[in-house]
Design a protein around this ligand. Structure first.
Ligand code: BGC
Length: 360
């Protein structure tokens, strides 16, 4: 009898150990990650959100994915909800980099770690890591493209190019890097008179576009066209330096409205390889873009989340560049890739990023 009881006890113990083991895994699998994206209005944030959800779920996490309609108060309240509903890690692409200090202070006191996604979160010690593309390099690509395409190295002030400048939202730290990278390349040519900016609007604040909104860029370009008399048969405009595709699209619409077509279109830079912009590139209404494969960035962030959850070290390849006014945030910078009509097939179609039908 005693023997039977001890066999039963051993069996019971073994079964409970198996269940305990199973439960532990199930516990890890039910950990929830909050993903806060700025808006659904710009195509790439939808891709970012969807990629991250898919990859986090594949790694066994639950995901609370929210889009904040480009409204700062909405983003703050969505993040508050993520904290109260028990998210273990927050991944945030901020609408305004400086507006999350209070809500993230709460997250920090609860031991919740925050990863800044694509855009740095400023003025707080409550952000742990930053994953983005090399934003300065994006601007350098755009500046160098102007130098090569317009032959600036061999021109002089007696044969200048006429150029206007557009960048992004002042609340997005990335805009400083994009604009800074491009202007570091182009300023020497402005100083030599090889680039002439007829509006004289070359300072960041003058070139900024609220919310990166195409309509705002279009309105400013329309004003520039009127006040400087630009047109295919009027005053010459050779190029418009735009920090991204949404601003480029607004500029393109204004220029088409002023009578430009693919036979005389100014050189226009962009970034993101948005579908609309790739179509413009194919139609001769935008010159280049920058491919930032959202699958790569999302993959890196999932590695970071997983490392945080497992108590190991997230991947980091830059500890010098991104000072958020409180400290230099350990970062992972992915590589942006130059894109134009010569390589879009390989980058965007062969890699499965878009289907050919999407670009028709
Ligand atoms: C991103 C760009 C994007 C812009 C507007 C920036 O923070 O890095 O890729 O074009 O926001 O959404």
């Amino acid at each position: 009898m005693k023997k039977i009881i001890s066999i039963l006890l051993v069996l019971l113990l073994a079964t409970s150990m198996i269940f305990a083991g199973g439960k532990k895994d199930a516990g890890a699998a039910s950990d929830k990650i909050g993903v806060s994206m700025p808006t659904k209005d710009l195509q790439h944030w939808n891709q970012d959100g969807a990629n991250m959800k898919e990859k986090l779920e594949a790694a066994g996490y639950k995901v609370d994915l929210q889009y904040a309609a480009n409204d700062i108060a909405t983003q703050i309240s969505q993040v508050e909800n993520m904290i109260t509903s028990g998210c273990k890690v927050l991944v945030i692409a901020a609408i305004d980099g400086s507006s999350l200090s209070n809500v993230l202070a709460t997250a920090k006191t609860k031991g919740i770690k925050t990863i800044a996604y694509d855009r740095l979160i400023m003025d707080t010690d409550a952000v742990s890591y930053y994953a983005t593309f090399d934003n300065y390099k994006v601007g350098v690509f755009q500046g160098n493209y102007m130098v090569d395409t317009l032959g600036l190295k061999t021109r002089s002030a007696s044969d200048p190019v006429y150029m206007e400048f557009f960048t992004g939202d002042p609340g997005d730290n990335n805009a400083n890097f994009f604009f800074g990278g491009a202007m570091d390349i182009l300023t020497p040519y402005i100083e030599k008179g090889v680039i002439v900016c007829p509006s004289k609007q070359t300072a960041f604040a003058q070139c900024a576009t609220l919310a990166w909104d195409s309509a705002n860029a279009q309105a400013r370009m329309e004003n520039l066209i009127t006040s400087n008399g630009y047109g295919p048969n009027a005053n010459k405009l050779d190029a418009v330096m735009c920090s991204n595709d949404s601003t480029a699209q607004g500029v393109t619409t204004a220029l088409v409205g002023a009578g430009y077509d693919k036979s005389n279109f100014p050189v226009i830079t962009g970034q993101d390889c948005d579908i609309v912009s790739v179509k413009n590139i194919l139609a001769g209404l935008q010159s280049m873009s920058i491919f930032k494969d959202t699958r790569t960035l999302a993959g890196k962030v999932v590695e970071m989340v997983d490392a945080i959850m497992k108590g190991s070290n997230p991947p980091i390849n830059d500890t010098k560049t991104y000072d958020n006014n409180v400290f230099v945030v350990p970062s992972f910078l992915c590589d942006p890739v130059f894109a134009d009509i010569s390589n879009y097939k390989e980058l965007l179609l062969d890699s499965g990023y878009y289907k050919e039908s999407e670009l028709k």
